[in-house]
Design a protein around this ligand. Structure first.
Ligand code: F6P
Length: 362
């Protein structure tokens, strides 16, 4: 098919950064400029760039060297929702101002690269008549409509590597080592890194735990002569009937809390119950930085290409998604309305339990 109609694509990266964002930017720019002859305008710092009219035309030169580079050359923000924009006088709906920016730059289609927050904002713009196409990103892997988001695989690698390192020191000192990982209300990072890194106990938000049950696994290991244990806990994990641990409150009208700190609570309590010395590590933003894994580079490249193809074919209001081994388009609404969380009877959990890993629930 010949695409001799010129098109101007707006591109932004929103929410927390993650490995693979630059690989997406590269794929979007190359596909748009080389294959279709379109133009790409990058908006800076997520939706803030739309509200404050901060942008940069992206050339092929801008795409050079991006594939292995962490972060995003466009900048991002997880607290600039144009519909609830924080100003000196409280929050305001500045979505019309954002749309004026798009009109001013003659943008035909806006490609939003982000997690659930970004895609929800994209959906609100779609409902106001903006032609939007989403690309799913987040280390949390909790976005609906897609089997996987890019960024998750790289985070998994970092978390698994951390467990491997903690394993040897746990063994040397006969300690309980607790690793706290990110993921908000989804336990994917803890679950998959826990399995890949040989954790003895995995605590995730989807399976509430008790300390007595959690300690059982460690005591049982002790009984068999294993004087150390490796625990991975998701930042959003909670005790049965208990609350999540909040690390800090932030000036984000959409999501004003940041989780964190459960690792210390778990380490202290297990030490008290079991009697083995414990230490905890909060992996934090190490999970979001650095070079993307090969899997994420591939996924980001495929997503970037398919998003521009969808724009060329005027298939708006969709999000590119991984379904099995294929890239498909799903309704943006499907992605936003259905957050992906771990099912307690998923094969990951069943396999983990079958090989003796505890979840603190029984
Ligand atoms: O959504 C990605 C994520 O890294 C979560 O796992 C984590 O809870 C949150 O962002 C941290 O946000 P911030 O960078 O604002 O501390």
């Amino acid at each position: 098919m010949l695409y001799n109609i010129s098109m101007k694509i707006g591109l932004l990266t929103g929410g927390g950064d993650c490995p693979g964002l630059n690989a997406v930017i590269r794929a979007v720019v190359k596909t748009a400029l080389v294959k279709y002859g379109f133009e790409v305008i990058g908006f800076l710092d997520g939706f803030k760039g739309l509200v404050e009219d901060m942008s940069k035309e992206l050339s092929l030169e801008d795409a050079v060297g991006l594939l292995p580079k962490g972060g995003t050359i466009l900048g991002t923000s997880n607290r600039h929702n144009p519909f609830k924009y924080l100003t000196d006088k409280g929050t305001k709906d500045l979505s019309d101002r954002a749309i004026e920016t798009l009109v001013h730059h003659k943008i035909d289609v806006l490609i939003t690269v982000g997690g659930d927050g970004t895609q929800a904002i994209g959906l609100s713009f779609l409902e106001k008549g903006v032609k939007v196409i989403g690309i799913p990103k987040t280390i949390d892997n909790d976005l609906g409509g897609t089997d996987q988001t890019f960024g998750f695989d790289s985070a998994l690698y970092v978390a698994t590597d951390a467990l491997d390192r903690l394993h040897s020191t746990a063994e040397s000192h006969h300690r309980i080592m607790v690793l706290e990982v990110m993921g908000r209300n989804a336990g994917w990072i803890a679950l998959e890194a826990g399995l890949a890194g040989g954790a003895d106990l995995i605590l995730i938000p989807e399976i509430p735990f008790t300390f007595e049950n959690a300690a059982k696994v460690i005591k049982e290991r002790e009984r068999k002569g294993k004087r150390f244990s490796l625990v991975i806990v998701s930042e959003g994990a909670r005790l049965e009937g208990g609350k999540q641990v909040i690390m800090r409150k932030v000036k984000d009208p959409t999501e004003p809390i940041r989780l964190g700190g459960i690792g210390r609570v778990v380490a202290d309590k297990l030490e008290e119950i079991v009697g083995l010395e414990s230490r905890y590590t909060i992996l934090g933003h190490l999970q979001r930085g650095g070079s993307p894994s090969p899997f994420d580079r591939l996924l980001a490249t495929r997503f970037g290409y398919f998003a521009v193809k969808a724009a060329a074919e005027k298939d708006y209001g969709k999000m590119v998604a991984l379904k099995g081994n294929k890239i498909k388009l799903v309704e943006l609404k499907e992605a936003v309305d259905n957050l992906r969380r771990v099912s307690p009877d998923s094969d990951y959990v069943l396999a983990a339990k079958a090989i003796g890993i505890g979840f603190g629930d029984e």
